[in-house]
Design a protein around this ligand. Sequence first.
Ligand code: GLU
Length: 427
Amino acid sequence: MVKVRFAPSPTGFLHIGGARTALFNWMYARVQKGKFVLRIEDTDQVRSKKEFEEEILDSMKWLGLDWDEIYYQSERFDIYKEHATKLLDEGKAYKEGEAIILKIPQQEIKLYDLIRGEITFDSALIKDQVLMKSDGSPAYSFACVMDDALMEISCVIRGEDHISNTPKQMMIYNALGFKIPKFAHLPLIMGEDGSRLSKRTGAVAVSDYRKEGFLPDALVNYLMLLGWSPGNNQEVVSLDAAVKKFSIKKVNKAAAIFSIDKLNWINGQYLKKIDTDKLVDLLIPFLQEKGYVDQDVDKSSLKSIVELFKGRLSKLVNFIEWADFAFIEKPNFDKEAQEKHLAQDRSKEFKILIERFSALDSFDKDSIEETYKTVMEELGLKPAELVHAIRVAVTGRAIGPSLFECIALLGKEKSIQRLEAAFSCVG
Ligand code: GLU
């Protein structure tokens, strides 16, 4: 039976790289109708933190990566101790102080990696391995091998940074007389500048992406492309569809490049497709956090604002940034836009517009647009001449969706107030 595991250490948040490893294990388990184990490698009692563990579990759930079994290494110290002592009794290990150390015999070690093919290691370069540290805790490789063996893991799928650990671990399997599982080392994920993924290049926690308003389906979609492809240059693919096609042997050897632009694009594709009512529900917590709406928010009026922006968002926080004008008293002026489009005194033209807008009975998009065009014609100005100035005056920004829809949404009173305030052209 296929059984794989994801084995995070709760010494930090779940990062993009870890999430990709979890996803590939999960997809492999699901396509093979096997089992997916989550193993919390919390042997380092100083660096392991409950908050990290909770965040990892939470992020996994949010991504939809459900597990069939869960284990905590901190609860298994007796098992490690017992097997290390056995190796000691068999003369395969020795004591140094309180630590238990495995003797490494000289032999050539061949690894057949499902992704990278055959790799040969020279055991002369491998030093004797600590199994149990003097504080009674197991060393990473020993606990890892013990668990992979006892949990009957059939294939170890993990990041390429663990390749150098593999020959050491194979020696431990041999010493214990356990069957060596298959191995598949996933390619590294690099930043676009070719350096290793870091905070700067995007290695932030999954929970940070969640906070910015990436959808879990979109993030999972993007993660699966980091080293694998569903074929036919397809980029937007659901997890269900991907699982059916997934093959660990088809994973690339070459490093994957993390591109935030591509992630934004994919997320934007998912946001376009999402049902507007659902989008409204997703946006409400973001709006509440900003204090823009409260508990009894009127969803239907919110929906009309959301509809205006729907096709433009690449993440949910974009809405909070761009549509803020509809929720706050005075627009949040973008300095550059203000200097560019409100520098020239347009108070004369604005005054006329204000008078005409005030006289409108029905303040809808079409009547506002009509009125604007008529005024421009009367003034002998080009039709688009004041569009930017009005947009900045009303929304604070030089770009955004249909100006006349924005004005209609904001309503007559507020729109006029903002036009008046732009050049203080009252009276
Ligand atoms: N706890 C290890 C890590 O976080 C697991 C390595 C492995 O998958 O063997 O990198």
